[in-house]
Design a protein around this ligand. Structure first.
Ligand SMILES: NC(=O)c1ccc[n+]([C@@H]2O[C@H](COP(=O)([O-])OP(=O)(O)OC[C@H]3O[C@@H](n4cnc5c(N)ncnc54)[C@H](O)[C@@H]3O)[C@@H](O)[C@H]2O)c1
Length: 347
């Protein structure tokens, strides 16, 4: 199997996590990094030293138009426009957009002449972009015919495999999801004007400008809406809200659902444990250990169900609590998607 050449647009939290995961797994060759920030020395420094994931043991360097790892150069460009970066020149097979630039998904969808695959790390509702969530639709994904892809968002990557299991076994009548997400880089240390445009109303708009380190900040979330791409109609039955919480890493969520068919906590646990046993990738894990968020730092799983909190009231009202490393777990699935393309996308 030929190693694919990957291009990475954006070397922020997710871009660097993808870099580190591939460094461990050596699944693809990184052919080009395009990053809007122009200071290669600073990019090399951030790649080497990370306050959450620690110091990268490899030697990281930089020079004119490149970064390097163990003296091996990786081409580096600084185009603000994804269309301008020299992906073709570097024979990129798979382009991962980890920039968060909202203009890029639509642009990637329109790139019919780009011979390779594109993956956006955004949740995208676009007819030409196919969303792949492991544990839900990865087995039916055909990389020979589907080349414009989305790996959705971390909250959906964690929710959807669990919701799919509940839907298949019991049916979900309706319910609520509450996610707790660590702060993100665009939030503020001290109160200020909201940096994130509030497309979803004043509450989330102004509140997101409040000090991230001092507050639990309730906000809307697209976690369930994004799951519609792989579980159509779920958002008609499930409502969600989120808190930005004053921690740097690892999310948690509480899913409360009314089941269509009666179930017991034992049946729910058995269903999730069976899914864990038969999977080939680290998608779902079950834990009964008395752990807290930081214990899940660096976990490659999409979601870890904390079975201590599994409950069913009157055989219908189920509650599940799960954890996920919003950077490492999510980025592990992006790398898995490249591996799937390498395995099934080459003649
Ligand atoms: N951080 C998370 O927990 C998380 C989890 C899942 C998905 N995501 C998604 O991943 C994407 C990136 O998020 P992040 O947390 O890594 O953000 P980030 O701000 O840490 O990184 C984004 C990087 O892209 C660069 N950039 C911005 N615009 C660019 C452009 N037009 N061209 C090239 N580079 C550009 C920025 O300079 C920055 O280095 C977003 O779409 C986000 O929704 C984030």
């Amino acid at each position: 199997m030929k190693k694919l050449k990957v291009g990475l647009n954006g070397l922020g939290r997710i871009g660097r996590a993808i870099f580190r995961i591939n460094q461990q797994r050596q699944l693809f060759d990184l052919a080009l990094i395009n990053e809007a920030q122009q200071d290669a020395a600073n990019l090399a420094y951030l790649l080497k030293y990370d306050s959450i994931h620690g110091v990268l043991p490899e030697r990281i360097g930089f020079g004119s138009g490149h970064l390097s790892i163990e003296e091996q150069p990786i081409a580096l460009s600084h185009c603000a426009d994804i269309a301008e970066a020299p992906w073709r020149e570097h024979e990129v097979d798979v382009l991962i957009d980890a920039s968060g630039d909202a203009r890029n998904p639509a642009r990637l969808a329109a790139w019919r002449d780009f011979p390779g695959w594109t993956i956006t790390t955004h949740a995208v509702s676009h007819p030409d972009i196919h969303t792949v969530v492991f544990g839900v639709n990865d087995k039916t994904f055909d990389p020979l015919s589907q080349r414009r892809l989305s790996s959705s968002i971390c909250d959906t990557v964690a929710l959807a495999p669990i919701a799919a299991l509940l839907e298949q076994r019991f049916g979900i009548a309706r319910g609520y999801l509450t996610t707790l997400h660590p702060w993100l880089g665009q939030q503020r240390l001290l109160d200020g004007p909201a940096v994130v445009a509030g497309a979803d109303g004043l509450q989330s708009h102004f509140a997101l400008g409040r000090s991230a380190v001092n507050n639990l900040i309730p906000k809307t979330t697209s976690a369930v809406k994004a799951a519609d791409a792989v579980l159509p109609g779920l958002s008609q039955r499930l409502q969600a809200l989120s808190y930005r919480v004053p921690t740097s890493i690892v999310s948690s969520a509480v899913l409360n659902v009314e089941l269509k068919q009666a179930g017991s906590p034992q049946e729910l646990s058995a269903l999730l444990r069976y899914a864990e046993q038969k999977q080939h990738l680290p998608i779902l894990r079950n834990s009964s250990d008395p752990l807290v968020s930081h214990d899940y730092l660096g976990s490659p799983y999409s979601a870890i169900v904390d079975q201590r909190w599994t409950e069913v009231q009157h055989e219908r009202h189920a509650r599940l609590l799960y954890w996920y490393d919003n950077e490492w777990g999510y980025s592990s699935r992006v790398v898995d998607l490249v591996a799937l393309i390498a395995r099934d996308g080459q003649p």
